[in-house]
Design a binder for this molecule. Structure first.
Ligand SMILES: C[S@@+](CC[C@H](N)C(=O)[O-])C[C@H]1O[C@@H](n2cnc3c(N)ncnc32)[C@H](O)[C@@H]1O
Length: 254
């Protein structure tokens, strides 16, 4: 919405709230351990999370099956002057054992990736194994209920219903996402994989329902983020986190 600040178009701005949150988690862990962290970013793609973490002094291993993404990651790392702290390796959850060769990491990120893997339970178990005891997981996945609301608001009632009842949370055969998640399902998957202290936060609860043309400044994004925070922090309203377009999970390896 209009404001008095200079306008900054979508996508041209500062790190996302989730990337900033991961930075804060890494800072806390690093302070506790008294050294830079060893980080695994599974499905880290072009380095949206890995590059800021390496810029903050941590050592990040990005594991991703896409050679194109890894090439972009390498270019970004060169441009940022952090090639000594970012390593990109082609692979997936099944390759972690061989890639890490028994080494444990302090922090594992898996953002926007669990939707695409063959077996989310096996991938979470592999990540748990890569983390040492007490290691921290940052997991970001697409939420099922958000797409149900978005489709209903757009008048796509059959697709909204499909997303609600489909075991994988898909709205149809042309849905580009193979899978979406519910909060309870995530909590079960994480407990089964050996994670504890699981905190799930819904992100982008309202923003994804607002037409993009109405969000065109940093002030708009900040106002929506504040609305999200206020929404879930009111008494009896914590369940609204389940409506997040993305669900950000932070958990500890038992
Ligand atoms: C939506 S992108 C997310 C990239 C990055 N994590 C981010 O948040 O910007 C999904 C990434 O998952 C990777 N991917 C797809 N299948 C995978 C698998 N089985 N194991 C690990 N990564 C996978 C893709 O190559 C892609 O880089």
């Amino acid at each position: 919405m209009p404001d008095d600040q200079p306008r900054q178009r979508r996508g041209a701005a500062r790190p996302s709230a989730v990337v900033s949150a991961v930075g804060r988690i890494a800072d806390e862990c690093g302070t506790r351990l008294g050294r830079p962290l060893e980080v695994l970013d599974l499905g880290g793609g072009t380095g949206g999370v890995a590059v800021p973490l390496a810029e903050a002094g941590h050592r990040v291993t990005v594991v991703d099956p896409s050679p194109d993404a890894l090439a972009s990651l390498a270019r970004r790392a060169r441009e940022a002057g952090i090639v000594d702290r970012v390593i990109g390796v082609q692979g997936d959850g099944d390759s972690l054992d061989g890639i890490l060769a028994g080494r444990h990491v302090d922090l594992a990120c898996c953002h926007g990736t669990l939707e695409f893997v063959d077996d989310p339970a096996a991938t979470l178990r592999a990540i748990a194994q890569a983390l040492g005891q007490g290691g921290v997981l940052s997991l970001l996945v697409s939420g099922r209920l958000a797409v149900v609301f978005a489709k209903a608001i757009a008048g796509e009632f059959a697709q909204a219903r499909a997303a609600l009842v489909d075991p994988s949370g898909r709205w149809g055969s042309t849905d580009p996402l193979p899978r979406r998640f519910d909060v309870e399902q995530l909590e079960t998957l994480l407990a089964d994989a050996g994670f504890t202290d699981v905190v799930v936060r819904g992100t982008n609860i309202l923003g994804h329902l607002v037409p993009a043309s109405l969000i065109d400044s940093e002030a708009d994004r900040a106002a929506l983020a504040e609305l999200d925070d206020l929404l879930v922090s009111g008494p009896g309203r914590e369940f609204l986190r389940t409506l997040g377009n993305a669900l950000h999970v932070v958990a500890r390896r038992d």
